[in-house]
Write a protein that binds this ligand. Structure first.
Ligand code: DGL
Length: 211
């Protein structure tokens, strides 16, 4: 089996890492579109165009399964991608939304993802009583790409993003951008240990395993 996946940069490697743990002998093709990074503040039509181009490229790579390892593209252009392929397509948002147990859930994501409310809609679709609070984090991706993940600067920015979610008494927090698992240690330092961090790549890889 050959699996294809992509992201705007290093973020998709967090998804690849989880999937490789469950499929150690599988072959993967990973595309990092660093030329056009970051996706997180691009307009929907740009993201749809990018999704179309990348899906066309993967269509020529003889893959058996495609993973949408970028939440921003997932939120905006999943239909574009699904329409391009005749093979199974797995996405982060749908996979993780069906696993949410808590009644108050925070989501950290790019501004473009938050604008779509894709996480809120997907979670409420499964459990309408859930309270979902989405927080856009425009500064994270450029800092993570520069490996600026251990500074006072990113700590202060992270506190600013997390405080509104803490004020809302969230019980779990979805890392709704595939770059964010790379700052899990920083987030864990700021968050109380009672708040469960959720990496959507885990739900995606488990679903893939069942496939
Ligand atoms: N890692 C991507 C995501 O999951 C895109 C981040 C970006 O390029 O802004 O949303």
């Amino acid at each position: 089996m050959r699996i294809g996946l992509f992201d705007s940069g290093v973020g998709g490697f967090t998804v690849l890492k989880k999937v490789v743990e469950l499929f150690p002998n599988t072959s993967f093709i990973y595309l990092a579109d660093t030329a056009r990074l970051p996706y997180g503040e691009k307009k929907s039509n740009e993201i749809m165009q990018i999704a179309e181009e990348i899906s066309s490229w993967f269509n020529d790579q003889s893959i058996d399964v495609f993973l949408v390892a970028c939440n921003t593209t997932n939120a905006i252009a999943l239909d574009v991608i699904k329409n391009k392929f005749d093979i199974p397509v797995f996405d982060l948002i749908e996979c993780v939304s069906s696993t949410i147990q808590e009644s108050r859930v925070g989501v950290l994501a790019t501004p473009s993802t938050v604008k779509t409310k894709a996480y809120t809609n997907a979670i409420l679709n499964i459990n309408p009583a859930t309270v979902v609070i989405e927080q856009p984090c425009p500064e994270f991706v450029p800092m993570i790409e520069r490996n600026n993940i251990n500074s006072n600067e990113i700590t202060d920015i992270a506190i600013g993003y997390l405080q509104p979610l803490l004020n809302q008494k969230i019980e779990s927090l979805i890392l709704g951008c595939s770059h964010y698992p790379l700052i899990t240690p920083l987030l864990n330092e700021i968050l109380p240990s009672t708040i469960k961090l959720i990496d959507p790549a885990e739900a995606l890889s488990l679903k893939l395993k069942l496939f």
